[in-house]
Design a protein around this ligand. Structure first.
Ligand code: TYM
Length: 326
């Protein structure tokens, strides 16, 4: 039987190069080998304050991005999380399986809570259980994500195994697919932090929808390390990050990248990187603009129906085994 992948991204603003290189790029590559489900996780977005009208727009914008980077709706299922209410229903049941102590250990929650301090929603705390529900509903084999989701995937496996043990075999325990290179693209302004849309410094994060001038400006301002040599070296995280981006973006081998920059300076590296990024983004941005609303509705409607069918079957079994339904 064809194995299944499931992944998703939050519609909390524009998608950045980290999201693309760490996750979306691999979705596109894997979609022909696996039966694929790509979700726009708007319930997750609600864990922090959102403007309702904007959330609707961002949700649709993210669907456009999925399509524009190369997710093919003929082979993959693209859908909106809140369209399939089984996600919320399974979350309740799994809330009763997950432990407070497990969620308290989640580093992403701790980071976000530290930043926010006041009025942290229960939803933010519960975020990983909703994520586990997303994955487990579809009997997923593989979850292509960036490195920051590793701990959430481990929790998902633990929840699946515990449920199966307590109630009977129901869920597949999924594996994470985390790429060797690109799983943690760092901020251009602080290579000790991952690239993130919530970064205080917008120059650290290149968005897929940034125009050419903005891309150039951001790379120009990127911090570098001391020394002059341009080669892959994890002990020089700023240059290493720029080279990783260049390598992934151009498809050139690491050796070819080093040869290309041999004897050249940082200004050249930044200039070339900006140029290849602009070239890379141009057709994506063009496709985003070309996708029409009706076609998008059609894709999301089909996605919802396909996803629901599978989600319903899993939830039926869960309700039966837990005594919620005969
Ligand atoms: P989100 O929207 O924060 O990020 C989407 C994907 O991008 C990856 N990513 C990165 N990869 C490399 N370098 C970076 N700097 C970087 N920043 C983000 C993330 O690892 C992610 O794969 N919790 C998920 C959304 C989610 C989900 C799911 C994912 C909800 N349910 C079920 C998989 C399966 C998230 O925060 O995505």
């Amino acid at each position: 039987m064809t194995k299944r992948i499931f992944s998703g991204a939050q519609p909390t603003g524009n998608v950045h190069l980290g999201n693309y290189l760490g996750a979306l790029k691999n979705w596109v590559a894997l979609q022909h080998e696996y039966e694929s489900f790509f979700c726009i996780v708007n319930l997750h977005a609600l864990t922090i304050a959102q403007d309702p009208a904007l959330l609707i727009e961002k949700t649709r914008d993210l669907a456009r991005i999925y399509l524009a980077v190369g997710i093919d709706p003929q082979v993959s299922t693209i859908f909106i999380q809140s369209d399939v209410h089984e996600h919320a229903e399974l979350t309740w049941v799994l809330n009763c399986v997950a432990r407070m102590s497990e969620l308290e250990r989640m580093t992403q929650y701790k980071d976000k809570a530290r930043k926010q301090q006041e009025n942290i929603s229960v939803g933010l705390f519960d975020y990983p259980v909703l994520m586990a529900s997303d994955i487990l509903l579809y009997q997923t084999d593989l979850v292509p994500v960036g490195d920051d989701q590793r701990q959430h995937l481990e929790l998902t496996r633990d929840i699946a195994i515990r449920f199966n043990r307590d109630y009977g075999e129901t869920f597949k325990a999924p594996d994470a697919f985390i790429p060797k290179v690109g799983a943690r693209i760092m901020s251009l302004s602080d290579p000790a932090k991952k690239m993130s849309k919530s970064d205080d410094d917008p120059n650290g994060c290149v968005l897929l929808m940034d125009d050419a001038d903005t891309v150039q400006k951001k790379f120009k301002r990127a911090v570098t390390d001391s020394g002059t040599e341009i080669r892959f070296d994890v002990s020089r995280p700023a240059i290493n990050n720029l080279l990783e981006i260049y390598h992934l973006m151009t498809g050139k081998t690491p050796q070819a990248v080093e040869n290309h920059f041999a004897g050249k300076g940082y200004a050249q590296l930044k200039g070339d990187l900006a140029e290849s990024t602009v070239e890379f983004l141009r057709p994506i941005q063009q496709r985003v603009r070309e996708i029409n609303d009706e076609r998008l509705d059609e894709i999301l409607d089909q996605g919802r129906e396909k996803a629901r069918q599978i989600a319903r079957a899993t939830l039926e079994r869960v309700f039966h085994l837990t005594g919620l339904k005969r």
